[in-house]
Design a protein around this ligand. Sequence first.
Ligand SMILES: Nc1ncnc2c1ncn2[C@@H]1O[C@H](COP(=O)(O)OP(=O)(O)OP(=O)(O)O)[C@@H](O)[C@H]1O
Ligand SMILES: [Mg+2]
Length: 269
Amino acid sequence: MAKIIALTNQKGGVGKTTTSINLAACLAVAEKRTLLLDLDPQGNASTGVGLAREKYADKNIYHALIGEIDISEAIYNTELPYFDVCPADSNLIGAEIELVSVIARESKLKNALATIQDKYDYIIIDCPPSLGLLTLNALNSANSFIVPLQTEYFAMEGLAQLLNTVRLVRGSLNPNLKMDGIVLTMFDARTSLHKQVCDEIRTHFSDKVFETIIPRNVKLSESPSFGKPIILYDIESKGSEAYLSLAKEVILKEREIVDAGDSENVATL
Ligand SMILES: Nc1ncnc2c1ncn2[C@@H]1O[C@H](COP(=O)(O)OP(=O)(O)OP(=O)(O)O)[C@@H](O)[C@H]1O
Ligand SMILES: [Mg+2]
């Protein structure tokens, strides 16, 4: 069964899509069967991995959410083995409105993913920059979430609101939702402010911050315009190195949880 991870932060432009694409691609390179699910009407994750909009205009996550098609019809291969994408485009904006009067509207994605969860090891959801119905669907479906945080002065602004939403989701819809951690993005080692912000976030959240820090790297901002994840665009870049390291941490985290589960089982035997 796939581990479903939502990449979320209602703050815009913090690196959610860049992290979703590249984490997913690096997991696929590690031969983990991975689905990148674009849940943002901006559709940047979809075009960022090289899908042409006209190819998926009639069959994408929107059509699956409103029940017009089965989600399996909205899944496309990429040029990397083990790496599939479920794309989105601007019609997904309509889903927020169209689903308002639908029963169990916050479980639409969860129900759709339940039908394909055994086909993947990881499903990575790129959330939109809001805490609306789409993000609620993502958090309701997910086993865990990752918060990309830009190393800048107002980084933590809005984080309390996000964590409050998570608390509400845990209380009502998805009690097992875990926080995998915060990943610091667009870090510039030459800027003392960036270092200060990193220290502050680590002090606040300690082991909930990934060891890997994503540097500001121009190759990372260029690669989506070539429709390629960073590892296919420039394997030797700092960006590639960082996302491979993040993928490793994500895989190891999973293993820790499984091992802890095993020892719990042993203890209860
Ligand atoms: N590590 C990085 N180095 C350089 N540029 C980056 C890096 N990460 C992201 N960017 C650039 O910053 C911009 C915002 O990144 P991205 O689209 O990943 O953020 P987002 O959180 O998904 O935004 P939105 O909230 O609009 O969905 C993009 O132009 C992206 O190419
Ligand atoms: Mg985005």
